[in-house]
Design a protein around this ligand. Structure first.
Ligand code: GPK
Length: 803
């Protein structure tokens, strides 16, 4: 949209006055933020309404992305950017003597997700709007987001994230679109006079699902899509029939986000949450469709539903339920529609993360859905036992071992299932879902993850963005493949210096932020070595820590090293004891290193508490090294690897997840690869001959750092150091940390040496930035749109990502 600075100033003063009956100079940053957000909403309203109307008129096929997590990040700057008015607004604010950044910083970051999976869902929302795809999000409006992390004496402490304290100005309550969700009770099936089956529910607990819509603004294209988040309330007009306890139970459904990333604890409230938002979504989609169609026959041509991991896998039986019970479609026809509509993304190979529900719990809470799952199970067995044998079908049927197995249900009820990077998609076919792959090979495909450079470069990395504009023009902002023009300047010493200068500016800004938040003075000239992701044993923050201890000992021996600053951001699931022990050790190592005057001029460690999207925007632009060091075969894709490369950080990586795609993109010379391959690790598993202790005994450097965990040299980690030491030596190092230690150090040494040549380093950084465009989520969603959702007519260009 077009907006002059002058018009903005007038609009903003007017809005602030209407809201607060006070002039701008009397308002707090929070009030200024609220006024600016509300004003921005007025700019969004018309294109939002127009987009909806156009989709209806043109009967555009709709994509519904079901996800139990969304991590949109702050929305003000992003909405202004995408509307095309960020510059005018900032100029206006400056003219009013206000600081844009102070106002932006007043916005709460909606932490409605744990990590990669939730952030991916939001990147896709932004991307679908930006490529003009009719994409709708469907999720939960959690009253409390992911816990706030604090460190007390080096231990993680979890505090509630009351993110809606000041309201959430981007949402619109759509009371008139509420639906009822039924839990518990029992069902009676009665043939009716018309011959249809009548399903009568008895003694159910009904919950009202009220949607709150959030605008998803496309980049410079006038498209505004919808993210629909559901909130649980007591049914209307029944208020007096509910006790306070009953209301409390209902409110609980959307009160908190489960803080566990990649672990399925099998809790009933979680199952309630899953059915709640899934049923609400399915009901509202069908209702919307039926407003303009008098049968469900053409539904699959107008609707695609994607389930982000298995949390919404109940969408399959729920759609069957609505089609059969409410719309009186036969089983066969309902199944045909459901298969055509549904598709599924798997995000992990870790067996503990694959969702299963005890049948007792499932059937008690969702009796009708359970009947339908039983019928899916029965028909699946009937169809495939003859060809594939009882043993194999028993392994992969939806019901087995007294459990409902959601990944199997999702695969059986979808026409497409994808992994999120080529290695991951291959391993799904080879291991986790191998038997289902035998039956349905045509359903399996890969869709490599993506990120949104709008947030990470245009908003987060202004020094780089301006430099790019100056050198290669602004087309990269719309089409990030244009970043490849940078290759023309890879031997231009002035440009390489400019790149280093932009990085230096970002590093100074992060140094200031570190000083303000954790009160550590860091040297902006150090190598900024970054690892930001959930704390998990397989991601091997521990390997990084052992590397730091090795550097510490080397410096103590008087070795010279270029100065390195290690930056961590990581939350651990509150119940994940081992991960929390690693956090304690990381903090203890940081204290020891930073507090040692012999060492700290060359080595510093900062663990920033409460890592999230907003903090990532500050850290990523300042990174020199991106640590992507998971045990090969364990990280499905990773996405911080893509963000960090786009900021010109060099990737220090194992051949895992999308690291492999980054390596293919930049070439072997522009990435530092180390460690065992997935193949080699599979070999150890097969032969059962991994002996971690051998590495400890043979490598004196490794021996020395492991001993530090238990010899009292690092203060305050008696228990944690011992537990970790034992996990590596007594319990044989499940994640091959010791096997990869030596090659990890060697790779680090190469990076140290390279950093001595700023131009050579910058040249590699340039290649990384130049090749990062292919990882834009805009391309990812286009591939989903073409191959899976069938909403993109022309074949997208080959991006070399093995999709
Ligand atoms: C995977 F299984 C899960 C999960 O529960 N949460 C989550 O964030 C991540 N993930 C993977 O661990 C990453 O490798 C991947 O990039 C991300 O999902 C998005 O696909």
């Amino acid at each position: 949209m077009a907006l002059t600075k002058e018009q903005f100033i007038a609009d903003f003063k007017d809005m602030a006055l209407k809201m607060y009956a006070a002039p701008l100079e009397d308002l707090s940053s929070q009030q200024l933020y609220q006024a600016l957000a509300l004003l921005t909403r007025t700019y969004i309203a018309q294109p939002w309404a127009d987009t909806k109307k156009r989709y209806d008129q043109e009967e555009t096929k709709q994509v519904y992305y079901f996800s139990i997590e969304f991590l949109p990040g702050r929305l003000l700057q992003s909405n202004l950017l995408n509307l095309g008015i960020l510059d005018a607004v900032e100029a206006g604010l400056h003219a009013l003597d206000l600081h844009p950044q102070k106002i932006f910083d007043a916005e709460a970051d909606p932490g409605l997700g744990n990590g990669g999976l939730g952030r991916l869902a939001s990147a896709f929302m932004d991307a679908m709007a930006s490529v003009g795809m009719a994409g709708n999000g469907n999720g939960i409006r959690y009253q409390y987001g992911l816990f706030k992390q604090a460190f007390v004496n080096g231990y993680q402490v979890e505090l509630p994230d009351d993110w809606m304290r000041n309201g959430f100005p981007w949402e619109t309550r759509k009371e008139n679109r509420a639906v009822t969700i039924k839990f518990g009770g029992w069902v009676e099936l009665k043939p009716s006079r018309s011959g249809n089956l009548r399903v009568i529910y008895h003694q159910t607990d009904d919950v009202l699902a009220v949607p709150y819509d959030v605008a998803m603004v496309g980049y410079h294209n006038g498209v505004v899509n919808n993210l629909r988040l559901w909130s649980a309330e007591a049914p209307i007009n029944a208020g007096s029939r509910f006790t306070l306890e009953q209301k409390e139970r209902i409110n609980q459904i959307t009160q908190i986000l489960y803080p566990d990333d990649s672990d399925n604890a099998g809790k009933e409230l979680r199952l309630r949450q899953e059915y709640f938002f899934t049923s609400a979504g399915i009901q509202s989609i069908v209702r919307h469709y039926r407003r303009t169609h008098n049968s469900m026959a053409g539904f699959a041509d107008r609707v695609a539903i994607h389930i982000n991991d298995t949390h919404p896998a109940m969408a399959i039986p729920e759609l069957m339920r609505v089609l059969m019970d409410d719309e009186h479609v036969s089983w066969n026809e309902a199944w045909r529609i459901t298969l055509k509509v549904m598709s599924y993304t798997n995000h992990t190979l870790l067996s503990e993360a694959l969702e299963v529900w005890p049948i007792d719990m499932f059937s008690g809470l969702l009796p009708r859905i359970y009947q339908i799952v039983q019928e899916i199970d029965r028909r699946f067995r009937l169809a495939f036992v003859p060809q594939f044998g009882q043993a194999m079908i028993d392994r992969i049927a939806p019901l087995g071992n007294g459990q409902v197995r959601m990944a199997y249900l999702a695969t059986i009820g979808s026409h497409a299932i994808n992994g999120v990077a080529p290695i991951h998609s291959e391993l799904l076919k080879k291991d986790v879902l191998h038997d289902l792959f035998e039956i349905f090979p045509e359903r399996f495909n890969n869709k490599t993850n993506g990120i949104t450079p709008r947030r990470w470069i245009q908003i987060g990395d202004r020094p780089l963005a301006h430099l790019l504009d100056k050198k290669i023009g602004t087309t990269w902002r719309k089409n990030p493949l244009a970043l490849r023009k940078l290759h023309d300047f890879s031997d231009d010493p002035h440009f390489l210096s400019d790149l280093n200068a932009a990085k230096a500016e970002n590093k100074r800004a992060l140094a200031k932020y570190i000083d303000q938040t954790v009160h550590v003075k860091v040297d902006p000239d150090a190598i900024f070595d970054v690892q930001i992701k959930r704390l998990h044993a397989y991601k091997r923050q521990l390997l990084h820590v052992l590397g730091i201890l090795d550097a510490y000992l080397a410096l103590k021996r008087g070795e010279k090293r270029p100065k390195r600053l290690h930056i961590f951001g990581a939350k651990a699931a509150p119940s994940y004891v081992y991960a929390k022990e690693i956090i304690k050790v990381m903090n203890a190592v940081a204290d020891m290193v930073n507090g040692d005057p012999e060492v700290s001029p060359y080595l510093q460690v900062v663990f920033l508490p409460n890592y999230g999207v907003t903090m990532a925007e500050k850290i990523i632009p300042a990174a020199d090294i991106s640590e992507q060091i998971s045990t090969a075969g364990k990280e499905a894709s990773g996405t911080s690897n893509m963000k960090l490369m786009s900021a010109g950080a060099l990737t220090l990586a194992t051949l895992d997840g999308a690291n492999i795609e980054i390596k293919n993109a930049v070439g072997d010379d522009n990435i530092e690869i180390f460690g065992l391959t997935e193949d080699e690790i599979a070999g150890y598993y097969r032969r059962g001959d991994y002996r971690a202790r051998d590495f400890y005994e043979k490598d004196p450097r490794l021996h020395a750092v492991l001993d530090m965990l238990v010899n009292g040299q690092i203060p305050g980690i008696e228990t944690e150091g011992r537990d970790i030491f034992n996990s590596l030596l007594t319990y044989n190092d499940e994640y091959f940390v010791l096997a990869d230690f030596e090659s990890y150090l060697a790779a680090n040494a190469k990076l140290d040496a390279l950093y001595q040549q700023p131009q050579a380093w910058a040249k590699k950084a340039l290649v990384n930035i130049a090749e990062s465009g292919r990882f834009s989520a805009d391309f990812t969603v286009q591939r989903y749109g073409h191959d899976i959702w069938h909403v993109v007519p022309q074949t997208p260009e080959d991006d070399g990502l093995g999709n």
